[in-house]
Write a protein that binds this ligand. Structure first.
Ligand code: NI
Length: 396
């Protein structure tokens, strides 16, 4: 597989564009939430079967895995797409908008699935030129950080040498790819705390132990966990996203529940934070005569790209999209459970431009009810995905 034949993948993907867009729109109309992707996985399976792939269904829930064996020996490269939608009411007004109330493909996983299907079509046509094999992983339940782990636990990564995946970015112009070596996305952990006081009359605080005041102090003191206890060179975020307590303006409630998330790039900091949080929440609660029960749930690690694999993505991007098609991604503390695969095998995750050239900064972001993509990115994404295993087999 030489550079010229790799570059031909883009025109070849354009020929499949109608099919890829058709699949994306079909999935877009019938979004399914995490852990409920029964129809979506059935649609994928029905499309993969006729391609002559070795298809496994129900891998770690609704995951679908399909293997393609190339014509020559070489590495087994996994390509992954996610399939789940979000509990969002779509407001795009598009003719193919969601037909399910309160459900929307607001993160573009419909597009990811369609692109991976397109890549499978392209690679099946080039099977004889492929050295090694390709495993197509259609993963469920990304939004709840469970799908990747379920695939791994079901043995879906057995034999895989490298893994690649993408996420669309509506704020990046279509025709571009962005990635980076090392930490690109943050770890995702979740905590909650119950602050227990003693309720009573709002006018007689001396007879009560007020958990609202304690919870307020706790929320503020959590911010100092980051600013005063961690190095400014170790980025971390502690966000309290939910506080619940009380139902009446003149009643001091018995308890307050708070819930939040913790993000960082550093495994060391990630291990430190549960201890810091426990100490701060417990200590501040006690200072206010309350008690606190803290629960901490580790979800997914930070996403770390390996240099060798980033180079492969950069190389095929330059071939397909030219020098201007490649930019370096800025790290973000948003999470992505692709990191669970990267804990086990080397690989690269990248952003695929899906936004309009002119007003990318006005685009509606991921998870917004008006989020849209420029469908021109679909053929591009399929071509880039297909090019990676062809290039890796060739280079290796
Ligand atoms: Ni997403």
């Amino acid at each position: 597989m030489n550079d010229t034949s790799l570059a031909e993948l883009l025109p070849a993907a354009r020929k499949l564009e109608e099919k890829i867009i058709g699949l994306r729109r079909r999935l877009h109309q019938y979004p399914e939430l995490s852990l409920e992707e029964a129809e979506t996985s059935a649609v994928i399976e029905a499309l993969l079967e006729p391609l002559g792939l070795d298809v496994r269904r129900g891998v770690g829930g609704y995951g679908v895995i399909a293997d393609l064996q190339g014509g020559k020996p070489g590495p087994l490269i996994a390509l992954r797409a996610d399939m789940d939608a979000l509990p969002v009411q779509e407001e795009t007004g598009l003719p193919f908008a969601s037909r399910v109330p309160g459900r929307m493909h607001a993160c573009g996983h419909d597009a990811h699935t369609a692109m991976l299907y397109g890549a499978a079509k392209l690679l099946v046509e080039r099977r004889s030129e492929l050295a090694g094999g390709v495993r197509f992983i259609f993963q469920a339940a990304e939004e709840v950080n469970e799908g990747a782990r379920a695939i791994v636990e079901a043995g879906g990564m057995a034999g895989v040498d490298e893994i690649y995946g993408l996420h669309n970015s509506p704020t990046l112009p279509v025709g571009t790819v962005a990635t980076r070596v090392g930490g690109m996305m943050g770890s995702v952990d979740r905590f909650s705390a119950t602050i227990q006081g003693r309720g009573g009359h709002g006018a007689m605080p001396e007879q009560c132990v007020d958990p609202v005041v304690a919870a307020s102090a706790i929320v503020l003191s959590l911010q100092t966990a980051v600013s005063r206890e961690l190095s400014p060179f170790d980025p971390a975020v502690v966000t309290v996203g939910s506080i619940h307590g009380g139902n009446a303006y003149n009643v001091i409630p018995d308890r307050v529940e708070i819930e939040g998330t913790v993000r960082t790039f550093s495994a060391r900091v990630r291990d430190q934070l549960p201890v810091m949080l426990g100490r701060l929440v417990g200590g501040v609660a006690e200072a206010h005569r309350c008690t606190a029960e803290v629960r901490y749930l580790r979800m997914v690690p930070a996403l770390e790209n390996r240099e060798d694999n980033v180079c492969a993505v950069n190389r095929v991007t330059r071939l397909l999209l030219g020098e201007n098609g490649l930019t370096e991604a800025a790290p973000v503390l948003a999470g992505e459970d692709f990191s669970v695969y990267l804990e086990r095998v080397p690989g690269c995750f990248f952003w695929l431009g899906a936004g309009p050239q002119a007003n990318a900064d006005q685009a509606y972001g991921l998870h917004h009810p008006k989020y849209t993509i420029d469908e021109d990115c679909l053929a591009i994404g399929a071509a880039v995905l297909a090019a990676i295993p062809l290039y890796r087999g060739f280079a290796g």
